[in-house]
Ligand binder design. Sequence first.
Ligand code: ADP
Ligand code: MG
Length: 212
Amino acid sequence: MSDTTFSSLQLAAPFLANLDQLGYKDMTPVQAATLPLALAGRDLIAQAKTGSGKTAAFGIGMLLKLNPTLFAVQGLVMCPTRELADQVANELRRLARGIGNVKVVVLTGGISMRPQIASLEFGAHIAVGTPGRIRDHLQRRTLDLARLRTLVLDEADRMTDMGFYDEIAAIVRECPAHRQTLLFSATYPDDIRAATARFLRDPLEVAVDTAH
Ligand code: ADP
Ligand code: MG
């Protein structure tokens, strides 16, 4: 049986200690299946049911790739709803304690742009948001993705169902070509596969614990 503890990954001691403090000792199946590939820099399409630990599955690789001394958005996570964006941001903040000073900004609609712009100006490393608001920031040039290294489409099936496809495509066009793209979804039907294929480069597909 292969080792699925986080300590089997080549992670720095403070990062591991923080995971331990969070009570994360064993990787969940989707984490065990994706983390080694994500850490190796591969693009991924990962399918796993809700509650299976997908946030850490994309978040750990994204966090370990970023340069905390560079105050530019290096990771972008798109989520279908405000609530999910808040949850993802909070999980990333918990995971980031093992790295140091990492700023995570939430860019969602229904609230004022002003504090979001202030956080971006102050210098955020990771932006988590909904496609409409992320696109708003791009159009106003208050969000700059020139230094982006990791792009995540979280709950890609729900985002597509909610009609965000055009906004997602417009955002992806603003991302540097040289990046890692991770697509996470509970389901991955053919129409979503066809629509999203061009966002990824030679992706590996992983499916664990899928919903039926
Ligand atoms: P998903 O995005 O697949 O629905 P989440 O990333 O929201 O799942 O994780 C679900 C819950 O599991 C969260 O409360 C998270 O803190 C917890 N969790 C994630 N990974 C682990 C782990 N390796 N060990 C213990 N708990 C974990
Ligand atoms: Mg999730």
